[in-house]
Design a protein around this ligand. Structure first.
Ligand SMILES: Cc1ncc(COP(=O)(O)O)c(C=O)c1O
Length: 301
């Protein structure tokens, strides 16, 4: 069994003109590992610890997927075979997919419909994998958002407590599938309040996903969170010019790199909320930097 673990990432006090008079820390999970960074490392941790030498990791993702990228690198680190089921045609090449192939991941390209079916057909991935490999394969759903991912994510809260010697009042994170937020709720175990910034449009369905993930992973149905669904900037992967400008300026000013798909939307939302007076001066806020910087190569920021 591989011990898939890295030293804790730092909690950094944020200095930025966008947040005058506010107490904000950033948990720099983007620094956890050069390739397997952010929430990806935490989500994969226990799944990978259970792999044996002949495991084949099978997963899915879009052409710029952080999860696909992290899984390919993790598989290379652990010496496992990996197969990525990619949304789109084989002619689509991206820096992300190039990296996946360079790490040894085999890619299979799926139509949008076939890809969508993988989300609902629990064994659908088996159609794309050599039958001899199926018994020893480990299927990781989109975003690595399996119930066991919550345990790995929950550990971020213990780390924060050990580093800061307090649990912040508000913990902020980007939400795609909701698994990272659910893991944070598991780690908080009813303390403080989490704030999720949905990066997709019409994301109220995430409440049900979060509840289902908590239940499937054996945690209580924590409700100490708020999900903000109006900061998606037009939808998943959409990056209007003002968001790109914000990402560039915030990164340069704070020294904390962010990208437009996840962390950029989080800090942009917070900056707008701060301007509207949504936070108290004595409120201790922590933003989890969930990494994903490799995906920024898809944007000319
Ligand atoms: C960089 C980054 N941040 C946040 C998220 C959102 O995490 P989740 O899908 O667990 O909500 C993702 C995607 O999974 C991501 O790649």
């Amino acid at each position: 069994m591989m011990q898939f673990s890295f030293p804790p990432s730092p909690c950094q006090r944020l200095q930025s003109r966008y947040f005058p008079g506010l107490q904000i820390w950033v948990k720099r999970d983007d620094l956890l590992h050069t390739q397997v960074s952010g929430n990806k490392f935490r989500k994969l941790k226990y799944a990978l610890q259970a792999c044996s030498t002949n495991t084949t990791l099978v997963t899915m993702g879009g052409p710029w997927s952080n999860h696909l990228h992290a899984t390919a690198h993790a598989a290379a680190l652990g010496g496992w075979r990996s197969i990525g089921l990619v949304r789109g045609a084989a002619e689509v090449t991206t820096a992300t997919l190039d990296d996946c192939v360079a790490s040894g991941m085999q890619l299979r390209f799926l139509t949008r419909d076939a890809y969508r079916n993988l989300r609902t057909e629990t064994e659908g991935w088996q159609h794309y994998v050599d039958s001899a490999l199926i018994d020893s394969a480990l299927w990781l759903p989109e975003g690595g958002s399996a119930p066991q991912a919550l345990r790995g994510v929950s550990e971020v809260i213990q780390e924060v407590e050990a580093e800061l010697h307090f649990i912040p009042d508000t913990i902020v994170v980007a939400c795609g599938t909701g698994a990272t937020l659910a893991g944070i709720l598991a780690g908080l175990d009813g303390r403080s309040q989490a704030l999720g910034i949905a990066v997709l449009k019409n994301a109220t369905y995430l409440h049900a996903e979060i509840a289902a993930l908590l239940q499937a992973a054996g945690y209580p149905s924590h409700q100490n969170y708020e999900l903000l669904t109006d900061f998606h900037q037009g939808g998943y992967g959409k990056a209007p010019p003002e968001l790109l400008t914000f990402c560039r300026e915030f990164s340069a000013e704070s020294g904390i790199p962010i990208e437009p798909v996840y962390t950029g939307k989080v800090f942009y939302a917070l900056a707008q909320m701060a301007q509207a007076g949504a936070f108290r001066a004595d409120q201790r806020i922590l933003v989890i930097h969930t990494g994903g910087l490799q995906g920024a190569r898809g944007f000319a920021t």
